[in-house]
Ligand binder design. Sequence first.
Ligand code: ATP
Ligand code: MG
Length: 452
Amino acid sequence: MIRKLLRRVFKRPANAIPTEPAIIPVDQHGVTSKQISSAARKVCSVLQEKGHKAYVVGGAVRDIMAGQTPKDFDVATSATPEEVKAAFRRSRIIGRRFRIVHVMSGPETIEVSTFRASQDAETAETDEHGRILRDNVFGSQAEDATRRDFTVNALYFDPTTETILDYHHGVADLKQKTLRMIGDVRTRYREDPVRMLRAVRLGAKLGLSIDPAARGPIREMSELLENVPPARLFDEMLKLLLSGHAVNCLKQLREEGLHHGLLPLLDVILEQPLGERFVWLSLDNTDQRVRQGKPVSPGFLFATLLWHEVLANWEARKARGESVYPALFEAMDEVLDRQAGKLAITRRIVGDIKDIWALQPRFERRNGKAPYRLIEQARYRAAWDFLRLRAESGEIDTSVPDWWNQFAHANGTEREAMMHGGPADGAPRKRRRRRKRSAGAKSEDAPAGDAT
Ligand code: ATP
Ligand code: MG
C-alpha cells in the first residue's frame, strides 16, 4: 500500500508517456510500403480515409527493418472495434475482454487493435506479485506505444507516407542492435514475466543484445514465471522453439537461469550427457527446417525434449518387473503430467507426442508380421525420424534406423530376405535380450496410433 502511494507521489520518469513521436522518413529506416502485405496496406488506407489513425505496428515493422520476413502484419488504430468492423465487410470482432478485429482479405487475416492505454500497477488489476491480469482500456497512440514491451516493438509504420512514428528511440536501438525495455524494467517484468522470455527470443531471433538494464534482473526475477498460466507459457515456449533460433534461445535461457521454470524436466535432461546431446540435435534439426521454410511438428519437438525423462522412468519400471508396454505408457503419463503443471502442452500435441513415443519399442521387433504393420502406421515416418535422432545421439545403434529405412524401401522378396538375415539386422545386443524377455507379453499388439 505504502509503496503504491509513494509510487503515485514520486512517479518515475521512466513511466512518463512521451507525447510527440519522432517522425522518421523512409531513407532513415528503409521500410517501404511494398514490403507490407497488400491486405495490411489496404486496411490502413481504408481506416485513414475514414479519418482514423492507422499504422502497421509491432513485429512486422521490426522484422522488416532488421532484414527479416515478417510472419504476419498487425495494425493499430484510433478507430474503435465497432468502427473497424463497420469499415470492412469481411471482418469480425474477437475477444471478450479486449476486443480486436480480424479483417480478412484474400487468404490473409489482419489483426486490427484499437490503441490501448498503458496500465500501471496502481490502476490495473494485478495478482499479488504485480502481474497485470487485464489490459483492456483504450488509450492514445502515445499510451499504446508505452504499454508495448521493447522499444523496437513500438514502431508505427504509415504505409501511405512511409514514415515511422517512433516514441521510444526504437529505430536507433534497432540500428545499434539493442533490445531495450520501455519503462522501468523490474516493473515491466513484474507486470508480465513472459517479457523475460520474449527478451531472450527476440534477442536471439534478431541478433540483438539485451540491454544490460533489461538483462540484469532476469536471473533474480525468473521465478515469477511460476505464476504465469501454463497455457500462456506454452504459447510462448512454442514460439521460442519454432523461431528458427531454438538452440541459441535455449542456451540463453540456461545462461539466464530461466529454463528452471519452464520445462522442469529439461533441467534434469540437460544434466545427462546423452539426453543433452539428443535435445541439442533435435533443436538444431528443427532450426534448420524452420530456416528452410519446411514444416515442423511441435509434437515431435516436445517428444524429443521429454524423451530422456520418459526413458529413465520406463527403464526404472522395467527394472521393477513391469512389462514393456504398460511400463512405457505409465512412464509417458507420469512425465507429461508433471510437465503439465508448469507448461500446458495442448491436448492435440500431447496426442502426437504419445504416438511417437509409443511406436519406439516396436522398432525392436524385426520378425514376423510386426515390421509390416509398423511401416503402415500413420505416424511411422515421424517415429522413424525420432528413432534416427536417438541413434545419432548415441542412445541406440545406428544400424537400427538403417535397417528400418532399408526395410521400408525394399520390395517383397528383399524384405523376406532382411527378416531372415540373422545378425545382419544389426540390433544392439542389449535391446535384443530385452526383446526376448518381452516376447511373452504379446507386445506386438500394443496400441500405438490410438495412444490418446
Ligand atoms: P513475433 O510475432 O515475431 O512473435 P511480436 O513482437 O510481433 O513477435 P506478438 O506477440 O505478435 O509479438 O505481439 C505484437 C506486439 O504486441 C509486439 O511487437 C509488442 O509491441 C506487443 N506485445 C506483445 N507481447 C507483449 C507483452 N508481453 N508486453 C507488452 N507488449 C507486448
Ligand atoms: Mg507478431
